[in-house]
Design a protein around this ligand. Structure first.
Ligand SMILES: NC(=O)c1ccc[n+]([C@@H]2O[C@H](COP(=O)([O-])OP(=O)(O)OC[C@H]3O[C@@H](n4cnc5c(N)ncnc54)[C@H](OP(=O)(O)O)[C@@H]3O)[C@@H](O)[C@H]2O)c1
Length: 291
């Protein structure tokens, strides 16, 4: 039995689909108000709970052999990116889980002080490494599926909003490839007890993305490129009214202000470990958008 947290998320639902295609038993940890009908339809066991509740985590872990942690933080990194993962690792230890796959983030080890999610993920990585469990820690760059709604907007308007430096590099990972890598991590000896940066096959500049959209929809992109200072002003204003929102926007600011790409060596390493050819962003978008 696999337990998947974040099973209704962009990555988690793809992980559940893959496991069910292989007819593996899957328990999907979901919240009551989230959209889990598809997962149930595919034959996943639905566990309704809240990752902020220790008792729910304890119950969800009963009888599992494999754990894939793919939940997000809902703006509360301390409770979800940190505390819930620590609790999941402790329970996994108690019941002798065979392999724990943790979805971290590219750059978790760079010491970004003002990015709560990055800090929490790094602490969880260290805790998992010291736990004695078999693990694979995946550090992905941005997910291609995040761009689908932006591409749909672009299809309508031709407009692309690019905040910050357009020259910053990124290597966006196909969310389908990442799901496959997460699932195969438990059965791939070379992935055991590894921390793996995971990105797409191409190192892109952020300004390449509207041009990819333009090619796909045969439309000249109109790029609106406000400076990061504008984001800082908005964040500052939010922070005045709600310090927690201001803090959690720190993770977004870190993402906007820095480069997140894998080296060609890291990409080749992932392709070789998992014996796959990573999909380009353009191919992913064309497949989903039907163009
Ligand atoms: N997206 C990226 O570009 C990116 C890049 C690097 C790393 N990551 C990491 O990859 C993982 C998956 O990201 P994603 O983009 O697929 O996430 P996502 O689409 O934002 O989904 C987050 C998931 O977490 C669940 N969740 C949030 N709070 C919960 C709670 N209190 N109890 C139970 N479930 C809760 C959500 O459930 P609901 O459906 O109920 O909201 C949802 O299923 C995350 O750990 C993220 O940090 C993401």
């Amino acid at each position: 039995m696999f337990l998947i947290t974040g099973a209704t998320g962009g990555l988690g639902r793809r992980i559940v689909r893959l496991l069910r295609e292989q007819e593996m038993p899957v328990r999907a940890f979901v919240r009551l108000m989230s959209r889990y009908a598809e997962l149930e339809h595919r034959g996943a066991e639905i566990f309704i709970g809240d990752l902020q509740q220790e008792k729910d985590i304890k119950k969800a872990c009963q009888g599992i052999q494999y754990m894939i942690g793919a939940h997000g933080s809902d703006g509360n990194a301390a409770a979800l990116d940190y505390r819930a993962n620590i609790e999941l690792i402790d329970r996994a230890k108690d019941i002798g889980v065979k392999h724990f796959v943790f979805i971290s983030v590219l750059g978790a080890d760079r010491g970004y002080e003002n990015a709560p999610t990055f800090k929490a993920k790094r602490e969880v990585e260290k805790y998992l490494q010291a736990s004695g469990l078999n693990y694979t820690i995946l550090r992905p760059s941005g997910f291609s599926s995040n761009l689908l709604p932006l591409a749909e907007q672009f299809r309508q308007t031709g407009i692309y909003l690019l905040v910050g430096d357009p020259k910053n590099r990124t290597s966006i990972i196909s969310t389908d490839d990442l799901a496959r890598i997460a699932v195969n991590s438990v059965s791939t000896p070379a992935a055991r007890n590894q921390i793996l940066p995971v990105g797409g096959p191409d190192i892109l500049k952020r300004e390449d993305i509207p041009h990819i959209f333009g090619r796909i929809f045969n439309r000249e992109p109109i790029v609106i490129n406000p400076p990061l200072l504008l984001f800082d002003a908005v964040r500052g204003a939010f922070g005045l009214f709600n310090p927690n929102t201001g803090k959690s926007l720190g993770t977004l600011r870190t993402l906007l202000a820095n480069e997140f790409f894998c080296t060609t060596h890291e990409i080749a390493n992932v392709e070789s470990i998992f014996n796959l050819k990573l999909e380009s962003l353009e191919s992913f978008l064309r497949r989903y958008l039907g163009v």
